[in-house]
Design a protein around this ligand. Structure first.
Ligand code: FAD
Ligand code: PHB
Length: 394
């Protein structure tokens, strides 16, 4: 069966869903193809920190009501090292900006609900997706739906299918430059039924490895521990998780961290990755399909949102007037922000983690960097303005 639309979108993560929603607001039709089920997409626990610009965009486009009711506005973070916590105050350092803690799966739920309420088409459980003729004006996508072969014909294609998707792979290797770093550690993430022991996130640099204390609600905590890159969750019984969190988060936060039920565990590898340019012919990559950051800077989801903000505007101009200038500039426009976030995420990761190959010299450099960030207003301002996010038109 053949389906026709203006924009074909592969992937129903935050990037694909928000793009579909923004296009709809500009009167442009799209179809979203998603490998997984709706239930799976709505339950996938990932990022939790929304920059001010992300919050503003979601609010402006009408999907921010629940986020504004249930999201937790944070005006600072704590950096913890040498047994002490040091607060970075965002509003003072950034002219009043802040972040909102609201789970990625909640953003995904809100976007799916908005698309379906507006009659939007999301085809879940689309198998064997492949993209074709991307260098022509008639790109199309082939896939199986309920075992039936289908073809989606479109004018423009958006590859929002994450790091392991098929869209980036469809671009000839010689047309892409890849920049990559794989870090010698992973994050072991835990979702736990326990009230936040601290009102704000704690990033802890410890000689046993990095730890992060975050949250999802007044009852649910999100906790991370630096582990070996090949670590498996089965090696972490609950008692080991709590012991390690108490040690690394230090006495103060550790003492207040109550050992509730662990609801979910998982290990995430850490890498930096950028594919340039983020477009080829009529295919435009957005979000994790084009770039990955290590989660230490909390930038992955925010970059995906910023990309599709730029892409939706460019596609709207193309369909309204045939003007292609914004589409042509898409990759260059996004990459400036992407590389800033890549640098910030790499810097936070390098400053806070224990690297297996580091010696005393490097440990002391890390410590010096941390002392500088908490001791110098200029250094603290640099961390704060990157963390809350640079303006979308930066
Ligand atoms: P995704 O959210 O990856 O969405 C891509 C969608 O495409 C998915 O729904 C996928 O099922 C679908 N798809 C994939 N292949 C196909 C195909 N062949 N056909 C059709 N559909 C396909 N960031 C943080 O800031 N903090 C974190 O703690 C954090 N944790 C993470 C944990 C994990 C395991 C991962 C993978 C990422 C994490 N991130 C984190 C990064 C953040 O979640 C991503 O940057 C964000 O999800 C990017 O959104 P996206 O829409 O570009 O991609
Ligand atoms: C999260 O809440 O999942 C989270 C918070 C901050 C990060 C990464 C993840 O840097």
């Amino acid at each position: 069966m053949r389906v026709d639309t203006q924009v074909g979108i592969v992937g129903a993560g935050p990037a694909g869903l928000l793009l579909s929603h923004l296009l709809h607001l500009s009167g442009i039709e799209s179809v979203v193809l998603e490998l997984r089920s709706r239930d799976y997409c709505e339950r996938r626990v990932r990022a939790g920190v929304l920059e001010q610009g992300t919050v503003d965009l979601l609010t402006e486009c009408g999907v921010g009501d629940r986020m504004r009711r249930e999201g937790l506005v944070h005006r600072g973070i704590e950096l913890r090292f040498g047994g002490r916590g040091h607060r970075i105050d965002f509003p003072t350092l950034t002219g009043g900006r802040a972040i909102t803690v609201y789970g990625q799966q909640e953003v995904v739920k809100d976007l799916i609900a908005a698309r379906l309420a507006a009659g939007g088409r999301i085809m879940f459980e689309a198998d064997d997706v492949s993209v074709h003729d991307i260098q022509t004006d008639r790109p199309h996508v082939r896939f199986l739906h309920g075992g039936e072969p289908m073809e989606l014909q479109c004018r423009l294609l958006a590859g929002c299918d994450g790091f392991h998707g098929v869209c980036r792979e469809a671009i000839p290797a010689e047309a892409l430059s890849i920049y990559e770093r794989v870090y010698p550690f992973a994050w072991f993430g835990v979702l736990a039924q326990t009230p936040p022991p601290s009102a704000e996130l704690i990033y802890a640099a410890h000689e046993r490895g990095f730890a992060l204390y975050s949250m999802r609600s007044p009852e649910i905590s999100r906790l991370y521990l630096q582990v070996a890159p090949d670590e498996e969750a089965v090696n972490w019984p609950d008692t080991r998780i709590w012991r390690e969190l108490h040690r690394r988060l230090g006495e103060e936060a550790g003492e207040r961290l109550k050992e509730g039920t662990i609801l979910e565990k998982g290990v995430t590898g850490m890498r930096s990755f950028i594919a340039e340019p983020m477009q080829y012919g009529r295919l435009y990559l957005a979000g994790d399909a084009a770039h990955i950051v290590p989660p230490t800077g909390a930038k992955g989801l925010n970059l995906a949102v910023a990309d599709v903000g730029v892409l939706a505007r460019a596609m709207a101009k193309y369909f309204k007037s045939g003007g292609e200038d914004l589409l042509r500039a898409y990759s260059a426009t996004c990459l400036r922000r992407v590389w800033r976030a890549e640098h910030f995420s790499w810097w936070m990761t390098s400053m806070l983690h224990r690297f297996p190959a580091h010696d005393g010299f490097q440990h002391r450099l890390q410590r010096s960097e941390l002392e500088y960030v908490i001791g110098s207003r200029a250094a603290a301002t640099s961390l704060a303005e990157n963390y809350v996010g640079l303006p979308f038109d930066w």
